[in-house]
Design a protein around this ligand. Sequence first.
Ligand SMILES: *Cc1c(COP(=O)(O)O)cnc(C)c1O
Length: 370
Amino acid sequence: MTVHFNSKLATIPGYTPGVPKGHSAEDVAKSSLAQLASNESPFDPLPEVIEAVTRAAGSMNRYPDPEATLLRQRLGERHGVDPARIAPANGSCEILLAAGEALLEPGAEIVYAWPSFSMYPNLAAMSGAREIRVPLAKGEVHDLEAMLTEITAATQLVLVCNPNNPTGTYLPFSEIRSFVERVPDHATVILDEAYIEFQTVDDPDASLQLLDDHDNLVILRTFSKSHSLAGLRVGYAIGSPAFRAAMDAVRQPFSVNALAQAGAVEALKHGEAIRSQVLAAIKERARVEEGFKAHRLLTATTGANFSWVSLGEDGAEIEELVVNDLTAAGIIVRAGRGLGGPGWLRISYGTTEENDRMLEALGDSVRRHS
Ligand SMILES: *Cc1c(COP(=O)(O)O)cnc(C)c1O
């Protein structure tokens, strides 16, 4: 006799880590490897945040506050929303999985764009719901009209990633608003705004004004990207109090650990410093995009901290060779094939020095193989 795991396990996609096999994240941080595969911030966490986390470590013999009361209060002040609407989480990925648990089951439907965030396919696989993937439109943007036509009486969840991972493309708030207004009330819309701080079109908090009129809307944010805290694991949802209660019902009470709560509370005190890091990343983005152009590489219009780079007509054939060349040069990027976009690369922005190294190695490799 041998152990049999349940049948859904075979269909759940595994997560491919951005760091090469056999390396820990710490090894990579200390090495000269340019880690441009996970859209992390190249900036160190703020020293005040490191201090707050260190201080909190002194009382980690105790369980954390299961309600994350202080963090919810500070987030409420930061966004001008009732803390009763805010569900902090062990990274915003926890909310995605918990939303699948709370809303999906066999017979239900989930609608999302593709290519989009690699976690989304897990929700259908884990719940047995039917998934409808709507191809991106021209320009690698969400096709919101096509998504609307896929919504039925069985639709329980609609995911919109804005800016979209892996393409970086951003849909203006006016389009998001008209979409949310047209989605029927029975379908929950999760607006995944992991990169919202990096777009320069709208006020990053524009979408929050839709919450009052749409109980079925959930906005997802994270400290992982803009706040340089990917390793701390803290994100949050803003939705209806009922959505928050559903999240709490399906996950363990202590999912946001004490260090994460303390670090996030401290980070919220330093909006100016975070904002200047985000502005530096936006400035660097313009320079890196010029570099791609100089190598005659086309990219999708990005509003994020990464680019989606086309390797051209024969891109699918050279993609693996190019990724291997970059890896050999100590530069880790994401192959598009594993993200639903063969022939493309997703490249996060690192430090200026890392970006220059990446541009040079990429230019060399593409010239060699095309
Ligand atoms: C990185 C990312 C997240 C955030 O994940 P965390 O669990 O908060 O680290 C969520 N959505 C998208 C689209 C992302 O790229």
